[in-house]
Design a protein around this ligand. Structure first.
Ligand code: GUN
Length: 295
């Protein structure tokens, strides 16, 4: 029987544990604060930002939301980031991506104080991750690793294939799998015989943003499949529905375990953002995060 990995339940449990971590900090007079910056009015980003705010407050933390017009200039945004960097009530800063075209994403990402970079996108944190050092790790790949470790235990020696090479998911995912002693391949749109590469994988992570691109015949029997894709497509009944980068119907017949969409990786991202905010708060206050965070 294929195991369906319940990311929604895992994320709910993680958020409950984090609520306890937060109350431990609050008793010491420290209330973690997360600032989320949204530039423009992209509907999907607005939904994410609203959910982030709600879940931050539900975990006992302070939420600061900054919504800026889509005509905001890069220097105006950098000015806000400088203020948030200097604000002692703000322990974590997230600038929702994508940004409008007049703003250079890398300039903004690298303006965030690395100690408050709860997205783990700053070059400093990228460097720490790639040298296997402790630092803030991008939320979606961190959530994937938690689900994999929970399901498989030790990942050592497994052949892992990551499809997708984005800075947000593919590359950090590969670094984390390497840290777990997997043999890692990063495949992408130019990979020759992509299906063959995927068929070698004990762990297959799909992060390409192409609806249902990976079908059951690309999956090694018994493999663990992690589907990071969230794509809205037109359903048969004319209504839109969410699908992953993996064709669930065929892949779930072959895989040993698979994450569904929705309810798999998606809920883990915000839970890991809250986790990173607690971690950042601990480090900024000279507290070992290991004494506060759930395992
Ligand atoms: N847009 C889509 N995913 C993310 C994410 O993980 N962080 C930020 N900041 N923006 C995103």
């Amino acid at each position: 029987m294929t195991h369906i990995i319940d990311g929604k339940a895992f994320a709910t449990h993680l958020r409950e544990q984090l609520t306890t971590s937060v109350s431990t900090l609050v008793k010491q007079g420290i209330t973690p604060g997360l600032a989320v910056v949204l530039v423009g009015d992209d509907p999907a980003s607005q939904v994410y930002v609203r959910n982030k705010g709600k879940q931050t407050v539900a975990a006992g933390m302070q939420s600061f939301e900054h919504r800026l017009a889509d005509t905001t200039s890069q220097s105006e945004l950098l000015e806000l980031i400088a203020k948030l960097n200097a604000d002692p009530d703000v322990n974590g800063i997230l600038v929702q991506l994508p940004l409008p075209e007049q703003i250079e994403e890398s300039a903004v990402i690298n303006a965030v104080d690395p100690a408050k970079d709860v997205d783990g996108f700053h070059l400093h944190n990228v460097g720490l991750l790639n040298t296997g050092s402790p630092g803030l790790v991008p939320c979606t790949p961190l959530g994937c690793i938690m689900l994999l470790r929970d399901h498989l235990g030790d990942l050592s020696g497994a052949r892992a294939v990551v499809v997708g090479r984005s800075n947000i998911v593919g590359k950090p995912m590969a670094s984390l799998l390497l840290k777990e002693n997997c043999t890692v391949t990063i495949a992408h749109s130019r990979t020759r015989d992509l299906a063959d590469e995927c068929r070698n994988a004990d762990i297959l992570v799909a992060a390409v943003g192409r609806p249902e691109m990976i079908t059951g015949d690309w999956v090694k029997p018994g493999a663990t499949v992690i589907d990071v894709g969230i794509n809205r497509i037109e359903g048969d009944n004319g209504k839109s529905r969410l699908v992953g980068d993996v064709e669930f119907e065929t892949a779930s017949k072959v895989a040993g375990a698979i994450t569904p969409v929705p309810g798999g990786v998606g809920p883990m991202t915000i839970a890991c953002l809250l986790r990173n905010t607690v971690e950042a708060t601990c480090r900024q206050n000279g507290i070992d995060p290991g004494t506060i965070l759930p395992d």
